[in-house]
Ligand binder design. Structure first.
Ligand SMILES: *[C@@H]1O[C@H](CO)[C@@H](O)[C@H](O)[C@H]1NC(C)=O
Length: 357
């Protein structure tokens, strides 16, 4: 294309106008960040000292913008990280205050990580569900309380929801099943790097697991451990196509373990320990069963250990202890490396590695 002198100048002028219009973050995004900051106190590291100057896209700690529109897209504030700022002060992060609803004005936000600050309290601002572009919502390791916003299902682009290690209560909102992009859902308090944090915080989710959870068909990792969840385990969870880790340990689940869960060959880590599960273990294992960990300890399981379990391709860690199982322990390769602790405290199990039958 040939440009005449005039149209060239016009194009150039236009380009310059566009460029200068978006040379820094919009004042409204900057104002939203400043009121978010005003609701928090970070006394030790001084991360918010960098939040000054007109351009919030430039050198504001933890803030990133779209390079073209200069709208704020990411807020990533981690209280535990390798960042030199932590090395310099020799301590991990600590913040008090709460998460301001002014964040909800950042309507281009795709990533919101406010993790491991130990003492941020208050609730999740209900308006976060209006941030329609949000892909990552990670608030692990704070003291956030209140309920998960009922319309969380509006965040249809969410791939990761991590609310672990907080004080969130109430039940799991039914709308969560609309999160079709979700791959990681972590509402537990279990992944603690320091034991003391277990004493600091604990989620208190109640109610039962909605069976429609199984419709979140990209979910690879579901962690609801260490809550107060009741009811039985929906059999539908066993037919989730890419679920590989399911942690429901330390809850108040009852009823039988669904057959579909144990016959699902994609599920490699299954932790159902410390519940009130009952009944027999279904005899549904086979040469395609592959478990890095199968932990069913501390339940009320009865009957014998299914013979088919000895045909499994691999069982890295097995824990059937503290149940009411009886009869002989099957023999076979997957069992060869297991120790007595895998079978302790049952009613009448026998055979290697326990006493002879
Ligand atoms: C399963 O959960 C229990 C209780 O939360 C925990 O103690 C145990 O280590 C977990 N098992 C595996 C294999 O991770």
């Amino acid at each position: 294309m040939k440009l005449t002198g005039d149209s060239f100048i016009t194009t150039l002028t236009l380009l310059l106008a566009v460029t200068s219009a978006v040379s820094g973050c919009p004042p409204s995004d900057r104002a939203a960040l400043l009121s978010f900051r005003a609701a928090l106190t970070e006394p030790y590291l001084g991360i918010f000292n960098t939040w000054s100057g007109a351009d919030c896209c430039s050198k504001w700690y933890g803030v990133s913008c779209d390079p073209e529109t200069k709208r704020v897209t990411d807020i990533i504030l981690r209280g535990e990280s390798e960042d030199p700022i932590f090395e310099k002060t020799g301590r991990s992060g600590y913040m008090t205050g709460s998460i301001s609803s002014s964040l909800c004005q950042l309507d281009r936000l795709t990533t919101l990580v406010i993790a491991d600050w130990k003492a941020i309290s208050g609730d999740i601002p209900p308006c976060v569900t209006s941030l329609g572009r949000l892909r990552i919502l990670d608030l692990i390791g704070n003291k956030i309380s209140g309920e998960i916003p009922a319309d969380i299902g509006k965040l249809i682009r969410l791939t990761m929801l991590n609310l672990a290690d907080n004080q969130i209560s109430g039940s799991i909102p039914a709308s969560i099943v609309n999160l079709n992009s979700l791959k990681h859902l972590d509402l537990n308090i279990g992944k603690l790097s320091m034991m003391s944090r277990a004493l600091l915080s604990r989620n208190q989710l109640t109610g039962s697991i909605p069976s429609s959870f199984a419709k979140i068909n990209r979910l690879a990792d579901l962690d609801l451990s260490m809550n107060q969840i009741t009811g039985s385990i929906p059999a539908q969870l066993g037919s989730m196509p890419v679920l590989s880790t399911l942690s429901l340990d330390t809850n108040k689940l009852s009823g039988q373990i669904p057959t579909s869960l144990l016959s699902n060959t994609g599920l490699n880590i299954l932790n159902l320990s410390r519940n009130s599960l009952e009944g027999n273990l279904p005899d549904v294992f086979g040469p395609n069963s592959y478990f890095n960990a199968l932990d069913l300890a501390y339940n009320n399981l009865r009957g014998s250990i299914p013979k088919s379990l000895s045909k499994a391709k691999y069982i890295g860690h097995l824990d059937l202890s503290h149940n009411h199982l009886c009869g002989s322990i099957p023999s076979g390769t997957p069992f060869d490396h297991l120790e007595a602790s895998s079978f302790d405290n049952n009613d009448c199990l026998c055979g290697v590695p326990l006493r002879a039958c």
